[in-house]
Design a protein around this ligand. Structure first.
Ligand SMILES: Nc1ncnc2c1ncn2[C@@H]1O[C@H](COP(=O)(O)OP(=O)(O)OP(=O)(O)O)[C@@H](O)[C@H]1O
Ligand SMILES: [Mg+2]
Length: 485
């Protein structure tokens, strides 16, 4: 199936210097770095280490040492920084998160990717660019990593050279150090806006979806459809999952399960759970699968899983098919068909001896809709399709697009113009609420809300034949094989 210019790898990279002086040649760059390193070392050498200082005392000491140096010395002009700017940079390096301080505070930056001490990439407005900032050396980078992890009660060392965590501001952090990281420590930070993006933001600010699509998805969530949000890395899966989860009625008990708690739901009754990595002895690990199984004993009305990646898929399907419908999760896949195949693979990862044909039946019965997101070359993210999973026939999934993004033109600057279009009305569910039926008819046309499936008995409805009503003119349900061609 042809994909619009969805970017997963090899994005265009531009060098954009950020803050401070821009070194135009290697020699100047080298001189600046040497000066900064020397200055940093002078401060470290002069800190009184005989007593343990709290952070305020330490800051006062660094301030006093810096002032003393500044009272005797001028900054070299090649530095291109005022004393105040240099002082701030020094404080950030000695006491804070070094060059990451500014980037963490920059609301235009979504992702920060540190590749060894010299390169810090950022994602701004959907584009990957070099920040122009750097750490002094690998040791400095490592000190900052340890400082960041210590605050959240984590660490990395030779025995356990990688870590995942959540910073105080809610950002997600992943660190890999030597010997796993070949060219120096690697750090990836995913920042989230203070207030998570809402469906309204996705429609009006980012043009990522249409009001009709949102209205439909709201009805789907409220009518307990099982929904997979599918997309590549960083396409906005968690953001959309979060926005959609807020459609779950307030009187329901929601259990959320994530590797790193990123979801921010507004409902009053949300039980949040997070996995645990093994300790340095390799013990104490708690997986998504463990938590999904545990969630079933927590009397959930809804289970929201941040990302389905492994054997938990089979537990989720079984839950969805045995009364815990209305579950929402994300999956890493490039199309709806790909998502279904991934799900099959994940189910087999559970190590249970279930025949593939039975797994497929469970998937077809459980999954109602797959929402596919894509990231385009111009940096925008869009919902490129909503697909209904109807049935399983002769080992093929019968699926039907409900909405689809159609690309119209690509402008010279790479901007992609297109429209999200209605393809066919959903066949497998209907709403008992009149206002919702009116909305469905407004979006999909008269008669589109009269399908006979019963929301309360969705699992049973799933195993029945598709309703007699034909889909919209010009579109017919396709098998996953047809869709893939
Ligand atoms: N539709 C959108 N338009 C613009 N920015 C978006 C959109 N959706 C998400 N973002 C931003 O993109 C970044 C990635 O979003 P998100 O974490 O939801 O992606 P993801 O697909 O879950 O990533 P991962 O694969 O790493 O889990 C975040 O900073 C988020 O605020
Ligand atoms: Mg995510």
């Amino acid at each position: 199936m042809p994909q619009p210019d969805v970017i997963t790898k090899g994005q265009r990279i531009e060098e954009v210097p950020v803050g401070g002086a821009v070194a135009t040649d290697d020699r100047t760059r080298e001189r600046i770095l040497r000066f900064k390193k020397d200055f940093h070392q002078r401060i470290l050498d002069q800190i009184d280490r005989r007593q343990s200082l709290n952070k305020y005392e330490l800051k006062a000491q660094v301030e006093a040492i810096t002032e003393k140096i500044f009272s005797r010395e001028e900054l070299p002009p090649f530095l291109g920084l005022s004393k105040d700017e240099f002082k701030k940079e020094t404080f950030d390096n000695v006491l804070g998160f070094g060059p990451l301080e500014d980037l963490l505070g920059d609301t235009d930056v979504d992702d920060i990717m540190v590749v060894g001490h010299e390169k810090i990439f950022v994602e701004r407005s959907g584009k990957l660019v070099l920040s122009g900032k750097a750490f002094l050396d690998d040791q400095h980078l490592r000190t900052v990593i340890d400082r960041m992890l210590r605050i959240i009660g984590k660490s990395v060392n030779d025995l356990s050279p990688y870590a995942d965590g959540r910073l105080e501001d809610g950002s997600r952090i992943n660190v890999v150090v030597q010997p796993l990281a070949v060219d120096g420590p690697q750090m990836t930070i995913r920042k989230f806006p203070e207030t998570p993006l809402t469906v309204d933001d996705l429609i009006k600010r980012y043009d990522s979806m249409t009001q009709d699509m949102a209205d439909f998805l709201k009805i789907a969530v409220r009518n307990r459809m099982n929904i997979l949000v599918s997309g590549g890395s960083g396409t906005g899966k968690t953001t959309l999952l979060n926005a959609l989860s807020n459609y779950i009625p307030e009187d329901e008990r929601i259990v959320t399960i994530e590797d790193t708690a990123e979801l921010k739901l507004k409902q009053p009754h949300v039980a949040r759970m997070e996995t645990r990595q093994p300790n340095f002895e390799g013990k104490g690990v708690v997986t998504i699968r463990d938590l999904v199984r545990n969630a079933l004993r927590m009397r959930p009305d809804r289970i929201v899983v941040g990302e389905t990646r492994g054997g938990e898929a089979i537990d989720m399907l079984q839950a969805m098919n045995t009364g815990h419908d209305g579950s929402l999760t994300t999956i890493h896949a490039n199309s709806a068909e790909d998502g279904l195949l991934r799900l099959e693979t994940m189910c087999t990862m559970a190590g249970l001896d279930i025949p593939l044909s039975s797994i497929r039946k469970q998937i077809a019965a459980a999954v109602d809709f797959i929402i596919q997101i894509g990231r385009f070359g111009d940096g925008t993210r869009k919902v490129i399709g909503v697909t209904e999973v109807l049935d399983m026939k002769a080992d093929e999934y019968v699926i039907q697009d409900v909405f689809k993004f159609e690309r119209e033109v690509i402008l010279k600057d790479g901007t992609i113009k297109g429209k999200i279009k209605v393809v066919a009305p959903p066949l497998r569910f209907n709403s008992y609420v009149q206002s919702e039926r009116d909305t469905l008819e407004r979006i999909f046309g008269k008669g589109s809300s009269s399908a006979k499936a019963k929301p309360a008995a969705k699992a049973a409805a799933k195993s029945a034949k598709p309703p007699a009503k034909p889909p919209a003119k010009g579109s017919k349900p396709k098998s996953s094989k047809e869709a893939a061609n």
